[in-house]
Design a protein around this ligand. Structure first.
Ligand code: GDP
Length: 311
C-alpha cells in the first residue's frame, strides 16, 4: 500500500473535525477499523479506549491503494513547536479555509509554519454550502497570504478543492452548483499532488519521534515518521540522545494508525508513521537507530513542554 503523509491546518471552526470525519466515512477505513476494534476488544478494553483518546490526533484513512496519514495540527501559537515538528512528519498539508470567513489569524500562523517547512500545500475551501459565501474574495485572500508569507513559485502554484465537509460534497470548480456528491476530488488531489514519502529500506533504521504521548500501561510513547529502514516489534535498537550519548532499548510496543485508532503491528517500513514504546525517557527529536548503523538525524527544535496527558 502506498503512503501519503499530510497535515491538516486551519483556523478554529473552519471544519477540520468535520472534514476528517467525512473522509473517514466515505473511505472504506471505518469498516476495516470496526472489524479490528472488535478483535481488540477481546484483549484489553481499557487500553484500547485510552489508546483512542491519547492518539486521536493522527488519523489514517484508506483510499484505493493508499493509506493517508492525516495529522491534526494545533492552530494556536502556543503550540508553535509542535506544529513545526508535525511538519517534519509530512510531505504536504491541507489548508482548510471557511468560504465565508476567509483567512484568519490562525490560518496565517499555521500556513507560515507549513511554507517554512517546504511541504506541498493544497487549499481546500470549505462550507461552500453556506447560504452566503465569498468564494472569489476568499481565494484572493488566500493567494495574498501565500505571497505575504514569502511562498516560492511552486508553493504559489497550489491546487484548490471546493468542498462542503458537512454534506460530503466536492468540486474543482468554485461554482457551488458544480458540487459532486463525494469527496473524491479531494482524495484524488491528496494522492496525486502530495509527494510520496521517500522509502529507503536498505540503509538501517532512522526514526525520530516528533511527538510524545503517555499511557499507564506502556509508559512514554514516541510518535514519528520512519525516515529510513524498517522497525520490528522486539528489535534491539539504540536511541541517540540529545547529549550525544546512546541508550540501547527493545521495541516493546509498536503501532500504526487505522481510522481514529492505533493498532499493534509487528513491523513498520520507512515512509509510514508509527508509535512505539520501550524507552521510558525518550525525548522528542532524538533518533532511534539500528545498533549496527548508528546515524542520528539532526536534533529537532523543541520549545515547549512535549508531553500531552489526555485523561
Ligand atoms: P474545527 O474546529 O476546525 O475542527 O471545526 P469543526 O469541524 O468542529 O466545525 C465547526 C463548525 O462548522 C461546526 O458547527 C460544523 O458543523 C460546521 N461546519 C463544518 N463544515 C461545514 C460545512 O461544510 N458547511 C457548513 N455549513 N458548516 C460546516
Amino acid at each position: 500500500m502506498e503512503i501519503r503523509n499530510v497535515a491538516i491546518i486551519a483556523h478554529v471552526d473552519h471544519g477540520k473535525t468535520t472534514l476528517v470525519d467525512q473522509l473517514l466515512k466515505q473511505s472504506k477505513t471505518l469498516e476495516a477499523h470496526e472489524e479490528i476494534a472488535e478483535r481488540a476488544m477481546d484483549s484489553n478494553d481499557l487500553e484500547r479506549e485510552r489508546g483512542i483518546t491519547i492518539l486521536a490526533k493522527t488519523t489514517a484513512i484508506h483510499y484505493k491503494d493508499y493509506k493517508i496519514n492525516i495529522l491534526d495540527t494545533p492552530g494556536h501559537a502556543d503550540f508553535g513547536g509542535e506544529v513545526e515538528r508535525i511538519m517534519h512528519m509530512v510531505d504536504g498539508c491541507v489548508l482548510l479555509v471557511d468560504a465565508y470567513e476567509g483567512t484568519m489569524p490562525q490560518t496565517r500562523f499555521v500556513l507560515k509554519k507549513a511554507l517554512e517547512a517546504h511541504v506541498k500545500p493544497i487549499v481546500v475551501i470549505n462550507k461552500v454550502d453556506r447560504p452566503v459565501t465569498r468564494i472569489d474574495e476568499v481565494m484572493d485572500e488566500v493567494l495574498e497570504l501565500f505571497m505575504e508569507l514569502g511562498a516560492d513559485d511552486d508553493q504559489l502554484d497550489f491546487p484548490t478543492c471546493y468542498v462542503s465537509a458537512l454534506n460530503g460534497t466536492s468540486s474543482l470548480d468554485p461554482d457551488p452548483a458544480t458540487q459532486e456528491a463525494t469527496m473524491d476530488n479531494l482524495f484524488e488531489m491528496i494522492v496525486n499532488e502530495i509527494p510520496a514519502p521517500i522509502v529507503d529500506l536498505e540503509d538501517g533504521l532512522q526514526l525520530q519521534p516528533a511527538l510524545l504521548d503517555y499511557n499507564d500501561y506502556v509508559g512514554r510513547i514516541g510518535i514519528g515518521r520512519i525516515q529510513r529502514g524498517t522497525i520490528h516489534l522486539n528489535d534491539n535498537v539504540v536511541c541517540c540522545r540529545a547529549d550525544g550519548t546512546t541508550t540501547p532499548f527493545r521495541v516493546q510496543k509498536l503501532y500504526t494508525f487505522l481510522g481514529l485508532h492505533r493498532i499493534e503491528v509487528d513491523e513498520v517500513d520507512a515512509g509510514d508513521i508509527c508509535a512505539f514504546a520501550g524507552l521510558a525517557d525518550i525525548g522528542v527529536g532524538e533518533t532511534v537507530c539500528d545498533p549496527q548503523h548508528i546515524d542520528p538525524l539532526p536534533l529537532l527544535h523543541v520549545d515547549e513542554p512535549t508531553i500531552q496527558m489526555v485523561f
